[in-house]
Design a protein around this ligand. Structure first.
Ligand code: C2O
Ligand code: CU
Ligand code: CU
Length: 459
């Protein structure tokens, strides 16, 4: 597979050379990782079947279009297991093009990461069984890692929940997968490409929760629920509000915070997740689940937009218990630690392609290896005038500072927003999972242009 194929659906074709391809021993490494993945004592192997296939997707009365979904559903089925379980996903590709599945946020062995730099793509009609242990509790998600800007927009994404025994007990739980869709005037998927999509990333005016357009959710009066929220949109920043009511942030992309944080809105960048404690409300209340304005220097500006409505039904007793301390997260490093690397999220100017989003002025940058056990302190620079959501595969990091200022809380993350013209200092520790990894902007159109880098973890 060439970069040209990889980006065939995009307006800009970055280059004709192969930027990354699975090494020749990828199949053997995949089999070894599969066999080495065993559940912890007393834990299970959770087996699931996933099939990616075309489907007709109704979006409004009389309007449907050619979507792609896992098991005929958008979002795909919720995959659920406990910490220490092994997840075994028997995957079949019934799409007209090759694909892979990436387990976003999971600390899997490198060969299981589901990118086309660690595995051979799954060809149309072919199958592949992913198998890995689940080391961490949290709200994760899965999505293809080839031609993502098209495959994810068409509907290939699903939530993946890993539970631990010692989590706060709330009255109920809802999973909200947020997305938007760009349709044309006939109700079909709008054309991919063009300058605005290339620059802003693709944003649509059809706003979805769990695949439904502005749905109604409900909650019992008096109860407090855990809402696990995933932003699966290609490019949209969702500054989420629930009718302006206060809620408590319990967790972010890498699991629980140390203590709940009270807020009235929270920013979900593309690929971002939060776990919230929502409620209690009074019977009869109706709250708008909406995205407040967030300026990220796009060509198209957005105002407050509704994603759904929350209706409060008859009261039910509450047994919710949210402790003041959720867990402790030891600091990996001090904010004054000396950076070991300074990746630059910026642009590259070429005669052939004009301006492209890039890392270290190179599209599909090849970064230097990191060594197991060598603490990484990265000053991630955004030298552009717009925000970019930085995502590191396979490892959680801590944010030490943003423009020299400490963040509001300490947490484990796999995604962090890079504000315009900023430096975000992160710390992470490469463990014994040798192989090829990557980091990239999770605005899918920026990633496709090459605002990404790969590197190896070596001994
Ligand atoms: Cu959601 Cu390369 O990732
Ligand atoms: Cu790439
Ligand atoms: Cu970007």
């Amino acid at each position: 597979m060439t970069e040209h194929d990889h980006h065939h659906a995009h307006h800009h074709h970055p280059h004709g050379a192969v930027a990354h391809a699975a090494p020749p021993d990828a199949d053997a490494a995949f089999d070894r990782a599969s066999q080495a993945s065993q559940p912890d004592p007393g834990r299970r192997v959770v087996g699931v079947e996933l099939e990616a296939r075309p489907m007709r997707r109704p979006i409004a009365p009389g309007a449907e279009f050619d979507a792609w979904g896992f098991n005929g559903r958008i979002p795909g089925p919720t995959l659920e297991a406990d910490v220490g379980d092994v997840l075994e996903v028997r995957f079949t590709n019934r799409l007209p093009e090759a694909t892979t599945i990436h387990w976003h946020g999971l600390r899997v062995p490198a060969p299981m990461d589901g990118t086309d730099m660690v595995q051979r793509p799954v060809a149309p009609g072919a199958s592949l069984t992913y198998r890995f242990r689940l080391p961490d509790a949290g709200t994760f998600w899965y999505h293809p890692h080839m031609n993502e800007a098209v495959q994810i927009e068409r509907g290939l994404y699903g939530p993946l929940i890993v539970r631990a025994g010692d989590e706060p007990a709330l009255d109920g739980e809802q999973i909200l997968v947020i997305d938007d869709l760009k349709l044309d005037s006939r109700g079909d998927l709008a054309r991919f490409g063009g300058f605005v999509q290339w620059h802003d990333g693709r944003e649509g005016d059809v706003r979805l929760i769990n695949g439904a357009r502005e749905p109604e959710l409900s909650i019992a009066a008096g109860q407090i629920e855990r809402w696990r929220i995933v932003n699966a949109a290609s490019a949209r920043y969702v500054r989420l509000s629930i009718g302006g009511a206060p809620f408590r942030i319990l967790g972010t992309t890498g699991g629980l915070l140390e203590a709940p944080v009270e807020a009235r809105d929270v920013l979900l960048v593309p690929a971002g997740r939060v776990d919230l404690a929502v409620g209690p409300f009074e019977e009869g209340e109706e709250l708008a689940i909406e995205a407040l304005p967030y300026g990220r220097a796009t060509i198209k500006r957005r105002k407050t937009e509704t994603f759904g409505t929350l209706r409060v039904g008859p009261a039910r007793p509450s047994a919710a218990q949210i402790p003041d301390r959720l867990r402790s997260i030891p600091a990996l490093a001090d904010a004054t630690a000396t950076p070991t690397r300074t990746p630059d999220f910026g642009v590259k100017l070429t005669l052939r392609h004009g301006i492209q989003f890039a890392v270290n002025r190179e599209t599909h940058h090849r970064d230097a290896p990191v060594r197991v056990g060598d603490l990484q302190i990265w000053d991630v620079v955004n030298s552009t005038m717009m925000d970019h959501p930085f995502h590191l595969h396979g490892f959680f990091f801590q944010v030490l500072s943003v423009n020299g200022k400490a963040p509001a809380w300490r947490s484990w993350e796999d995604v962090v927003n890079l504000p315009p013209k900023s430096t975000t200092r992160i710390a992470w520790m490469p463990d014994d999972r040798l192989g090829g990894w990557m980091y990239h902007c999770h605005i899918l159109e920026h990633h496709a242009q090459g605002m990404m880098a790969h590197f190896d973890v070596v001994r």
